[in-house]
Design a protein around this ligand. Structure first.
Ligand SMILES: [Zn+2]
Length: 313
């Protein structure tokens, strides 16, 4: 048997003292004296029980492994299913979770950038003046920044100047970002001050990594637009196909609402089923209140209305 320190799966409290007290028989169930979590001793003592074959986090090497990534993503899409399969006893590897989030979000953004670059080249065959450094740079940063100068000016890099592209950001994006920052931050605070929510930092870090996944959705409308631009510009004369821009026009709001809904569901099931915090409604309510306030601050300080107000002067 692989030796492993018997720690509480939720708060990490060392259970060795409890094991020492076993003299005649070994109990099947244990209870953490620190956070009150009830667990099976087998989960704590046998590490081979704590890995899942479909989960990207539990992969041994750092290769991309697309199949495993897709299976992980499919489980994450329905947070209640994810947390029905992943328990506190399963191994937590936050750096792997971060690598997974970077691969998914970076992958969508990378494909968007490549398609955008190809599209600009294709348009340039018809209209050479379109081949500017600004346009090529914008293809890679469009979901958050543009070079037209709408929004708050954030950076001048050589001849290029970038502005935050927030005129296209719906309120849902601010909610996703507010929750992404707010929920883990308040959970960390609660963990150090309140026994009812004593949770290892690794659990919070992992949940925060997966909570960032809707950021991949921000780039999706642009990805579809770039496909349409590329197909139209590749024809001579340029084509006028508009099915994808129709989809983006009508699909962006539902996509934003879905991202916001997933964010709420993700944190609810993380707190109630994943971390088994009780009373779950109280912890969730407290975390939500702080995160909604943060989202509102972001919306009011960076959102569309103040930007138009600033531009008016
Ligand atoms: Zn504990």
């Amino acid at each position: 048997m692989d030796a492993r320190t018997p720690d509480c799966p939720r708060c990490g409290y060392d259970q060795s003292g409890e094991v020492v007290r076993w003299t005649e028989s070994c109990p099947l169930q244990g209870k953490c004296p620190e956070c009150g979590l009830e667990f099976a001793w087998a989960d704590v003592l046998l590490p081979e029980r704590s890995r899942l074959t479909w989960m990207y986090e539990h992969k041994r090497d750092w290769s991309p492994a697309l199949g495993r990534a897709m299976r992980t993503l499919a489980n994450l899409a329905l947070p209640w299913r994810f947390w029905a399969r992943v328990t506190l006893a399963h191994e937590v590897r936050p750096w792997r979770a971060l690598w997974f989030a970077v691969l998914i979000i970076g992958g969508v953004w990378f494909v968007t950038g490549v398609l955008g670059t190809l599209g600009i080249w294709a348009i340039g065959r018809h209209y050479p003046y379109y081949l500017t450094a600004n346009n090529f740079a914008e293809a890679w940063v469009w979901p958050v920044m543009n070079t037209v100068g709408v929004g708050l000016r954030v950076a001048n890099i050589g001849p290029l100047s970038f502005a935050l592209n927030i005129e296209h950001w719906g309120a849902a994006v601010f909610l996703v970002v507010g929750f992404w920052v707010g929920m883990p931050a308040v959970l960390c605070l609660l963990s150090t001050t309140r026994q009812i929510s004593a949770v290892r930092g690794a659990h919070i870090a992992r949940a925060a990594c997966y909570a960032a996944l809707p950021l991949a959705a921000i780039a999706l409308p642009r990805l579809l637009m770039n496909v349409e631009i590329l197909i139209n510009a590749a024809q001579n004369p340029p084509g006028r196909w508009q099915a994808l821009s129709w989809l983006v026009r009508h699909g962006s709001t539902p996509l934003g609402v879905a991202s916001a809904a997933w964010t709420l569901l993700w944190w609810w099931f993380t707190i109630s089923r994943g971390l088994r915090l009780a009373p779950a409604w109280l912890v969730f309510g407290l975390l939500c209140t702080c995160s909604v306030l943060l989202s509102l601050v972001l919306l009011v300080s960076l959102g569309t209305v103040p930007v138009q107000w600033i531009l008016a002067f």
